[in-house]
Design a protein around this ligand. Structure first.
Ligand SMILES: NC(=O)c1ccc[n+]([C@@H]2O[C@H](COP(=O)([O-])OP(=O)(O)OC[C@H]3O[C@@H](n4cnc5c(N)ncnc54)[C@H](O)[C@@H]3O)[C@@H](O)[C@H]2O)c1
Length: 294
């Protein structure tokens, strides 16, 4: 059976792993931290319930669980792998170190994909052993309903690696969209990141509360408010993006957004839905109150 390696078992890696396993592939989740693997297994219990609510039967759930294995050993994870999907933190140093380590163990025939939200495959090309088999395959949070896969190569990605990645995306139930050239943030995050970043600026600058920002967008016809989205994304990832791009572009507002999120949320262990609290408290966030939009 075709074996897929998911690197990083956090918010997105856990979802890609589950979706891949329930689609019939053997999946090994590699995480540097034992706690990352434990969290991943807990996320999977939640996804099992969500998928059953969406119509999966018990035998499909059982098969997904049987298809999944977990390790902190990158050498073991790399054996006989057809495709790697990387979801380690949105931090260039961490990703570069991961690719350097992976390159020591992975077979030359494997396709290697990054799920980075805003970085480019060409940022990491020097750290992978076979650049021609390296590209981005970017998923969206809540993979079971937001089933997009943005496929984006760099200048020397082989057409055959791209085609195989598109086929894999289809095989796991995604709608693949191929970009014509590299773009930080692909299509989705080229639009979404400025949206949530502007919302963070309003709150960090004391213009409005996060609740009033969300209320404004919801009453104006948006399906979700930016702070609802940020809690789903996870505030560590939001912080990493604002901090990285703020530093690189010398963008003081992005750095102020990052500092605000760190002080008020990360330092207090409030990382979003995954820890039960971010901008809102779960399972009964304020935006679910009947009077929220009044
Ligand atoms: N959260 C989202 O909504 C979202 C959506 C699309 C893409 N992404 C991208 O996916 C990637 C992961 O984001 P996330 O939100 O899942 O992060 P996360 O913080 O929830 O999970 C990261 C996981 O990686 C593990 N890890 C840390 N260093 C590692 C290493 N060197 N090797 C292996 N594992 C390591 C951590 O233990 C953790 O389990 C980022 O590049 C992010 O931009 C995130």
């Amino acid at each position: 059976m075709t074996k897929i390696m998911i690197a990083g078992g956090g918010t997105l890696g856990s979802q890609i792993a589950w979706q891949t396993a329930i689609s019939g592939f053997k999946v090994i989740v590699y995480d540097k931290n034992e706690s990352g693997l434990e969290d991943c297994k807990k996320f999977h219990q939640r996804y099992a319930r969500i998928y059953m609510d969406k119509g999966s039967d018990e035998s499909q759930i059982k098969r997904a669980i049987e298809n999944l294995s977990f390790t902190t050993d990158i050498q073991q994870a790399s054996e006989y792998v057809y495709l790697v999907s990387e979801s380690v933190p949105e931090n260039p140093k961490i990703k570069a170190a991961f690719y350097q380590e992976l390159s020591k163990h992975i077979d030359d025939s494997a396709i290697i994909t990054t799920n980075s939200s805003t970085l480019l495959p060409s940022d990491f090309v020097e750290f992978v052993s076979k650049p021609e088999r390296f590209l981005a395959m970017h998923f969206a949070n809540y993979i079971w309903q937001n089933n997009i896969a943005e496929i984006m190569g760099h200048k020397s990605t082989d057409a055959s690696a791209t085609e195989k990645t598109i086929q894999f995306a289809k095989d796991i139930g995604m709608v693949p969209v191929q970009l014509n050239k590299e773009q930080n943030g692909y299509i989705l995050n080229s639009i979404l990141v400025p949206f949530v970043s502007s919302a963070m600026a309003l709150v960090a600058n004391g213009v409005a509360t996060h609740e009033d920002v969300d209320k404004t967008m919801l009453v104006s016809g948006f399906a979700s408010g930016p702070f609802q989205i940020l809690d789903v994304v996870g505030l560590e990832t939001a912080y990493n993006i604002e901090h990285h791009w703020g530093t690189l572009l010398n963008d003081k507002q992005k750095l102020a957004n990052a500092a605000y999120v760190k002080e008020h949320y990360l330092d207090k262990g409030k990382l979003g839905i995954k820890t039960g609290e971010g901008f809102y408290k779960y399972p009964n966030p304020k935006f679910k109150d009947p009077g929220f939009l009044k």
